[in-house]
Design a protein around this ligand. Structure first.
Ligand code: DX5
Ligand code: ZN
Length: 221
């Protein structure tokens, strides 16, 4: 079964420790940090001190989702607390070079693609990534509705990976909730990211019900 990753963008920022602890206790295995710079996306969020604080306090796996124009700066710091550092194909940097820089620092290099970006654009990079993050909302905010067509890239990637004998993980991020998670899980992603469906309301109940919907698929229901 795929893993559930909690994007803390929708957590109670004044009670972040409590919310992260609850999410982990309830079965989340990744914490997803949405790093935004106010340029690549209109919103501004967290940065290095957040990641360092989380690493110091929890032993959970961390993914830094870099929605920034310059994901190639301060990589030593980002890699120091992240198992996965995911940069955007659409960012104005030399993607291949930055992916290699991430790998050199011991983190898994990930590549995120916006809903309108086609797989043909990233095909040549796939042998060099350990993770592809399919965005199912326009990046910038949590709590948006899912762009259904964007999710169609998941089964295509699963097929491509098998055909080409590659070994990257596949993630999906944006608008995933109880009503659609079982359909998405059926498409075969390794990691499903969610913010509002985890942190709005009871975290414990939310994580349990999301995970059981993911499992339904496993049992062939
Ligand atoms: C969007 C972020 C997502 C977001 C998901 O820019 O990359 O990780 O927090 O939020 P939900 O699950 O509420 O759509
Ligand atoms: Zn994200």
């Amino acid at each position: 079964m795929g893993e559930l990753s909690a994007s803390i963008l929708a957590a109670d920022l004044l009670n972040l420790e409590r919310d992260i602890e609850l999410a982990i206790k309830s079965g989340v295995t990744w914490i997803h940090l949405d790093i935004m710079d106010g340029h690549f996306v209109p919103n501004l969020t967290m940065g290095i001190p957040f990641g360092e604080a989380i690493k110091k306090r929890f032993s959970v796996k961390v993914e830094s989702h870099m929605m920034v124009d310059n994901p190639d700066v301060l990589l030593d710091q980002y890699c120091s607390f992240s198992q996965l550092v995911t940069i955007h194909y659409e960012a104005p940097v030399q993607t291949f070079r930055v992916l290699k820089e991430i790998e050199k620092r011991g983190s898994m290099p990930g590549l995120a693609i916006n809903p309108k970006t086609q797989l043909s654009n990233i095909e040549a990079l796939l042998p060099y990534v350990r993770y592809v993050l399919v965005m199912t909302v326009e990046p910038g905010f949590s709590g948006q509705g899912m762009i259904e067509e964007a999710a169609d890239k998941i089964p295509l990637l699963v097929d491509y990976r098998r055909r080409e004998n590659l070994d990257f993980l596949i993630g999906v991020d944006g608008g995933i909730k109880r009503e659609n998670i079982s359909r998405i899980a059926k498409m075969g992603p390794d990691i499903i990211v969610s913010a509002s469906a985890i942190f709005r309301g009871s975290i414990e109940e939310n994580v349990k019900s999301l995970k059981s919907c993911m499992k339904e698929n496993e049992n062939g229901h």
